[in-house]
Design a protein around this ligand. Structure first.
Ligand code: SF4
Ligand code: SF4
Length: 302
């Protein structure tokens, strides 16, 4: 079974226990206003462009079989309707100003690559984390990859936005040792306004996985986004939700940062970047204190 991935990162210590390898799958059903990985959103391969490296030579224009590229005073402009991501322009560019994001690979091939670090996983209590994008967008590929990892005795985790069909839980739960599961906001309308989808399916999936796997195998990850969910009421509502469904495990906090701006520009979607504002250390500290006050062990990646 083949799928489209856009990165493999070795020796990660932020995406689950121990030393891990992260495999990033392309495609996501959400469009979070603050997305840190906009290159993950489209389910297909695409081409990024580094304007600072472009010499304006026009080789890419000549190389494109689909006449998708125009050279303008502001640099290269690509018509994404015409572009098939064939990467002829990437090959033609001698300045490294273009890069292909996303490639098709087989589940077994990836499992072979990541199994090379098994010694590190075994010695550190680590394993492989499958991230994205949203891994369940390529459900068949995800199952094959998880199965291949399990066959090799490797601990598996998935990072998920939680927006997937309930029917997937039955198939995925036995192949996944740990779910790193995004919880963003309790208000349905606010959630939809900032992510493009309602939170109903997400919260329901969290509850169902918790009921079947227990607090040891699911960790809520809360992005802290100013202007969205860092006010006291929003945090309290998340705490209440976790208490009501009897979640007893740790909580991971992921404070907002502005580093994605360049990524949006490189993939020609600079106009979609939104600066969500400032999040002070004092406010992060207060949120940690509030959660710890309700007996949650908090891990904050800042
Ligand atoms: S990836 Fe292929 S189709 Fe797209 S702009 Fe480059 S050469 Fe043209
Ligand atoms: S080939 Fe590279 S350097 Fe030349 S115009 Fe295209 S992107 Fe710019």
């Amino acid at each position: 079974m083949n799928g489209i991935i856009f990165d493999i990162q070795h020796y990660s210590v932020y995406d689950g226990p121990g030393i891990r390898t992260c495999v990033f799958l392309k495609g996501c059903p959400l469009r979070c206003a603050w997305c840190h990985n906009p290159e993950s959103q489209k389910p297909k391969a695409e081409i990024s462009y580094f304007k600072d490296r472009c010499a304006g030579c026009g080789r890419c224009v000549d190389a494109c079989p689909n006449e998708a590229i125009t050279l303008t005073k502001k640099g290269v402009v690509r018509d994404n309707e015409k572009c098939t991501a064939c990467a002829e322009c990437v090959t033609a560019c001698e300045n490294g100003a273009m890069e292909k994001i996303g490639k098709e690979v087989g589940a077994e091939e990836i499992a072979e690559i990541v199994a090379g670090d098994k010694l590190f996983y075994d010695n550190s209590g680590g394993g492989v984390t499958i991230s994205g994008g949203e891994p369940t967008m390529q459900a068949g590929f995800l199952f094959s990859l998880l199965q291949s990892l399990k066959n090799r005795g490797i601990h598996t985790a998935i990072e998920t936005c939680g927006f997937f069909k309930e029917a997937l839980i039955r198939e995925i739960i036995d192949l996944t040792d740990l779910f790193l599961f995004d919880i963003k906001h309790m208000n349905q309308q606010v959630h939809k306004k900032f992510t493009g989808v309602s939170n109903q399916k997400i919260l329901s999936n969290f509850e169902k996985i918790l009921a079947r796997a227990g607090s040891e195998r699911i960790i809520p990850r809360i992005p802290l986004i100013p202007g969205f969910n860092t006010d006291p009421d929003s945090i309290d509502e998340i705490i209440m939700f976790l208490q009501q469904i009897l979640y007893h495990g740790p909580v991971h906090l992921m404070p907002y940062n502005k580093m994605a701006k360049t990524k949006y520009e490189k993939i020609g979607r600079g106009h979609l970047y939104q600066d969500m504002g400032e999040l002070s250390d004092e406010r992060i500290d207060a949120i940690i204190k509030e959660m710890e006050g309700h007996s949650f062990h908090v891990v904050c990646n800042r």
